[in-house]
Design a binder for this molecule. Structure first.
Ligand code: PLP
Length: 350
């Protein structure tokens, strides 16, 4: 089966042109990124420009050390990647053979299916039930028994909820295969995966610098696992997919967790405010342990998204033939952006 293509959202420049505004006036509520520019980044990037004539060291040893120190692991338990996205694709390539099966609770991050199919595997969705999309723990544990790979997204994108730690443990025990936990939003849930990584030989945890660390444009993530799994990921990793500027930015970020923690605290407070605001205009806001909120909007969700887009506000909408057609997802942004969003919603909600 040919793997489906990842569907990109329109670019900021395209949206601005269509709305007749400048790109700076476009507000991306759809990317789950930090709204705050990373203040220290220009100085770090400027220093790395001096060595752009050389390739980055392909083993990314210093980056492994920085990620290992932050997580109390050994550098041999870390594999860097060009974002968690590259690592998701590498996990499929390293651990799935043609015909192998991979399961995930759905709706979920689309790249798990793409990674599975690109590797020649079979993707088995285990649907969570509307309207709250609680994690289908029992069905997943049953499905994990026969699976070669179990994808777990916690906290979940696009739902925002976490998978209970007991359920993750049960999935790890249930399968003879591998469990890949995508913990892209872990910082917002206060989750620390180092103990589980030490305890389990069939667990890989993926982390990213794109969300809590505010470095989405740098494209850096890392996998944490036992050394033999890391060797397998490294075996399919392109030698220089992370630029040397990004390596320097990521190392600086990993060493400055106070700034990250501040960003997380600010984001959580702003998320709680945004949740109240969205509720006050009549949307049903699902609980979230991330930097975004999933909202049940109703059958006109796509019309609302179109109206918002015309005003330069980009909400994440979902396929009309899927379980989230009546929902929109909003990334936490600044207070000013939230006010704009609410003003436009008040204009267009029936
Ligand atoms: C669950 C999940 N995993 C991975 C990613 C991609 O992360 P990265 O920017 O590190 O590639 C995202 C991005 O939105 C995500 O939501």
């Amino acid at each position: 089966m040919k793997a489906p293509k990842y569907q990109w959202q329109p670019t900021t420049v395209e949206i601005a042109a269509a709305a007749g505004i400048t790109p700076e006036q476009v507000e991306r509520f759809d990317h789950n990124t930090s709204p705050f520019p990373t203040e220290w980044a220009p100085a770090v990037a400027a220093a790395s420009l001096r060595s752009l004539n050389e390739y980055p060291g392909a083993d990314y040893r210093t980056l492994r050390i920085a990620a290992a120190e932050l997580n109390d692991l050994e550098p041999e338990q870390i594999a860097p990647g060009a974002g968690a996205d590259e690592l998701i694709l590498l996990c499929g390539r390293a651990f799935l053979d043609r015909g192998d099966s991979a399961v995930a609770a759905t709706p979920t991050y689309p790249l798990y299916e793409i990674s599975t199919l690109q590797a020649g595997g079979v993707f088995q969705p285990v649907p969570a039930a509307a309207p709250d999309f609680d994690y289908p723990s029992d069905q997943m544990i049953r499905a994990a028994r026969d699976a070669d790979l179990v994808w777990v997204c916690t906290p979940s994108n696009p739902i925002g909820n976490v998978v209970a730690p007991d359920t993750v443990e049960a999935l790890i025990s249930a399968t003879d295969g591998l469990v890949v936990v995508d913990a892209a939003y872990a910082e917002f849930a206060g989750a620390d995966w180092s103990k589980q990584v030490e305890n389990h030989h069939n667990l890989i945890v993926l982390r990213t610098l794109s969300k809590a660390f505010g470095l989405a444009g740098a494209r850096v993530g890392y996998a944490m696992a036992h050394a033999d799994l890391i060797t397998a990921v490294d075996g399919v990793r392109p030698p220089g997919s992370i630029s040397s500027i990004s390596v320097d930015l990521a190392q600086a970020a990993l060493g400055a967790s106070t700034a990250m923690n501040k960003n997380v605290a600010t984001t959580i407070a702003a998320r709680n405010d945004l949740g109240v605001m969205l509720g006050s205009v009549g949307l049903r806001v699902l609980p979230s342990e991330t930097n975004f909120l999933l909202c049940e909007v109703g059958p006109h969700a796509h019309d609302i998204a179109r109206h918002l887009m015309e005003a330069g506000l980009v909400a994440r909408k979902f396929p009309v033939d899927g379980p989230l057609r009546d929902y929109l997802r909003f990334t936490v942004r600044t207070q000013q952006a939230h006010n704009r969003l609410i003003t436009e919603l008040e204009r267009c909600l029936p």
